[in-house]
Each structure stands twice: as structure tokens, then as C-alpha cells.
Design a protein around this ligand. Structure first.
Ligand SMILES: [Zn+2]
Length: 423
């Protein structure tokens, strides 16, 4: 089974491959579409029933307990621009192999399931082409209206609906009750590597605010306009970039992460002062109070920059992810399986957002990490060893087997099984 996994992962990594050894498969791009089609065929060839929902999430289903809810396992196939091959894609394929192995054990009479099996590729986890990130799982969990997601445009004005239609990526599936959710992902940090640990048991997630900011100035001549008269939106944006970076100075090391990650300016002409800059400020912390203090300080700094650069600065949208713990029972179950299989393990906090971050708000959720060499991610040089990938598949398969058998008691009687009717 294991070398089979590596062969499949090698095939998947060819879609959207970049010269530097990474991939570029932004959501609903042609390369994402080709990879999704390959994955769909893989699911069908391996005995899964293939279904796609209205926001482009792909499900592979195996029903062995008629009418029972599903244990869903997966991640996302889309990528950042010029990205690594492991982020998301590893977790989807690992989930598919884990589900296939579990189904085989059930078919052989070696396991007694209480729940059915589903593999998922969540649409647009990365949020690089269409904001916000974690879109497919947000629609599935009812955190984002379907219509809002479908009407979201990329920088060229193409909607999610149009982009999905271009890769034949929209379906009508809407009937999945979820008992529990499992995901394995590369760590994208360096804690596991630094501590010589193979399996991370994700126990908590950082909180994040993504601020969409518009800086408004006035277009004028770069040469002729008097310096004193200028209202340079790009000058204001530059001050804001520095302010966001310097925000961390007031906090303990690694208690605050900040970045300005995206920027568009108009008119973007060599001889015109910018009249408008739209930018995204990304602020994260393990502590909500720290994050709120940081955002407050940034707002104060924005007022000062308005005076300094003679611009208006407006926060037009804030997307928030709440922090919080993962299910303790799931962490303990995963720890026991990692231990039994002989792998080192430790609790991890996730700084990055994941579909599991959305799912854990709705259903019992277990998330595992495997090491990322040098903590590099969203980069072609992202790397996880074959041995670590296989260890992750093995532990995920073991955890899936137990959760499907009903060993995660919280999963036996979810308060309200999640139904994916996109409301
Ligand atoms: Zn990811």
C-alpha cells in the first residue's frame, strides 16, 4: 500500500508542476481542474462513489452502514502561486488511501464500522485567487453563504461560479451527514523537526484577522505636482506596511505574526501619483487578547498615517478566524495510535488556517501534522520526506479505523450531525 501512495503522490505532483520542483494549482485554474479530474478517476477506480457539491467540493463516498453518518477525511488540492507540492494535496491523497485501506479492512471482516467513509477535496482552501481562504469548507459548514462564495471574483473579475464551470467543477450533491472529520497536513512550521518528532497532534489554532484596507489619495502628476500638495495613496500604504511589521515590537517574540500580503494600486502608471491602494493586512496570535490589542494599535497608527500622508485609510472588511482547542478526546486517541505504531508525537498549535479549523467548530475533528523541512511552506522548496509522509498515512489510517468503529465517543452521538445543505 505504501509505495502505492508514493507513486500516486508522484503522479499528482505532475499537475501544475513548476520548474523549481513545486506546483501551481490555484483554485479552479486549469491545473487544479486537471488534478481534480485525475483524483476523481482515482476515487472511482478505487471503489468510491464520486460526488461534487455546489461550491466545487469533491467527495468520494463508501457506504457500508446504510443510512449512517460519514466520517470525512481530507484536505485541499488547490495551491498558492508557485507553491510546494505537499500543502493540502498530501492530506487529500493520504485521506483517500486511509479510507481505501479502512474500506478494505471492513470488506475483509476485520473491522466493524458504525459510520460510513468519505474523502473530501475542499474547494479553494488557499484563498489566493478568490478570498477568503477555506471557502469550500466554510460553505459546507454554513459559515459562508453559497451565493456569496459563487459571486466572489478573482483580480481579473472572473467569478467562482464561472471559474468552476470552466473546469466542469460544480455539482449538485448536498446530502452528507458528518459524524467526524480527520485531516493530516504538513506542519508548515519547524517545531516537529526541531524536536525530532514525527507526528504533530494539533491541539489548538491561532486566531487571525485579515483586514482588507483601502488607502485613498488623489491622482496627480509625479513630476509636476508640488510635494506639499500630494495625496499619495502609495505613500500611505508604504507607511502602513511598516506599521504592520513594527506592531510586533510591543509583544513577546512569536506572540504576534503580521504581514501585508497583497496590494493593488491605481492607476499604477509611471507618471501618476497613486489615487488608491487596496491591501490585505494579515495579523495572527495564539491569544485573542493579544490580537485585539494589536489591531487596536494598528488602527491608531492608521489615523496618524492619514495625517502624515494626507490620505484616507478605511478597513472595508475583516475576516476573522477564532482560536480554540481541538477535541481533547481526539488528541488522546491520535496520541495512542501514534504511540502504538512506534512514532514520536507531540501536541502542536496550528498558526495556519485549515479546513479542519472550520470543521472543528461543527463536528468532532482530529488533525495531524507531519514535519516540514526547515518549516518552509507556500514555496516551491516545501519538503516532507517520504518516510514522514508514509508515517502520516499510517497514523491517519489507524485513527480513521478507530473513529469509524465509534471509538471517538463524542462522534457516536454528535449533538447535531452536520448536514451540508448550503444555507
Ligand atoms: Zn493547506
Amino acid at each position: 500500500m505504501t509505495s502505492d501512495f508514493l507513486a500516486d503522490f508522484g503522479q499528482m505532483s505532475a499537475f501544475g508542476a513548476t520548474p523549481g520542483g513545486g506546483v501551481e494549482r490555484q483554485a479552479a485554474s486549469a491545473a487544479d481542474g486537471e488534478n481534480r479530474a485525475w483524483f476523481g478517476s482515482w476515487l472511482v477506480d478505487n471503489g468510491f462513489t464520486l460526488r461534487t457539491d455546489a461550491v466545487g467540493n469533491i467527495f468520494g463516498l463508501i457506504e457500508t452502514v446504510p443510512g449512517a453518518p460519514y466520517v470525512v477525511v481530507g484536505s485541499h488540492l488547490d495551491s498558492q502561486p508557485l507553491a510546494g507540492r505537499y500543502d493540502g494535496a498530501y492530506g487529500v491523497l493520504a485521506g483517500a488511501h486511509a479510507a481505501r485501506a479502512t474500506a478494505a479492512a471492513i470488506a475483509a471482516g476485520d473491522a466493524e464500522p458504525r459510520f460510513n467513509l468519505a474523502v473530501v477535496d475542499w474547494f479553494n482552501e488557499e484563498g489566493s485567487r478568490f478570498k477568503p481562504s477555506m471557502m469550500g469548507s466554510a460553505v459546507f459548514t454554513g459559515m459562508l453563504p453559497l451565493d456569496t462564495a459563487l459571486a466572489t471574483t478573482d483580480p481579473s473579475g472572473t467569478t467562482v461560479a464561472e471559474a468552476l464551470d470552466a473546469i466542469d467543477g460544480r455539482g449538485t450533491f448536498d446530502g452528507l451527514d458528518v459524524a467526524a472529520y480527520l485531516e493530516v497536513h504538513v506542519e508548515q512550521g519547524r517545531e516537529l523537526e526541531d524536536t525530532g518528532t514525527t507526528i504533530g497532534l494539533v491541539s489548538t489554532t491561532w486566531t487571525a484577522h485579515k483586514l482588507e484596507v483601502v488607502v485613498t489619495g488623489e491622482q496627480s502628476h509625479t513630476g509636476a505636482a508640488r510635494m506639499a500638495d500630494r495625496k499619495d495613496a502609495l505613500h500611505g500604504a508604504a507607511e502602513l506596511i511598516v506599521a504592520a511589521r513594527r506592531l510586533i515590537d510591543g509583544f513577546e517574540p512569536e506572540q504576534l505574526h503580521t504581514a501585508v500580503s497583497e496590494m493593488y494600486l491605481d492607476p499604477n502608471s509611471p507618471v501618476a501619483i497613486a489615487r488608491e491602494v487596496r491591501m490585505l493586512v494579515d495579523i495572527r496570535s495564539p491569544e485573542r487578547a493579544t490580537l485585539e490589542t494589536a489591531v487596536e494599535r494598528l488602527r491608531e497608527r492608521m489615523s496618524e498615517i492619514e495625517q502624515l500622508a494626507k490620505v484616507d485609510i478605511e478597513i472595508v472588511k475583516v475576516v476573522e478566524w477564532s482560536s480554540g482547542p481541538f477535541l481533547e478526546e481526539g488528541i488522546l486517541l491520535a496520541a495512542a495510535e501514534a504511540e502504538r505504531l512506534g512514532y514520536t508525537h507531540r501536541r502542536s498549535a496550528t498558526v495556519a488556517g485549515h479546513d479542519a479549523t472550520n470543521m472543528k467548530e461543527r463536528v468532532p475533528t482530529v488533525m495531524l501534522f507531519v514535519p516540514s523541512v526547515d518549516g518552509i511552506s507556500h514555496n516551491e522548496r516545501e519538503f516532507t520526506s517520504d518516510a514522514d509522509m508514509l508515517a502520516g498515512v499510517e497514523v491517519l489510517t489507524a485513527v480513521l479505523g478507530r473513529v469509524v468503529a465509534g471509538d471517538l465517543s463524542a462522534a457516536e452521538a454528535p449533538a447535531a450531525p452536520l448536514s451540508s445543505d448550503a444555507s
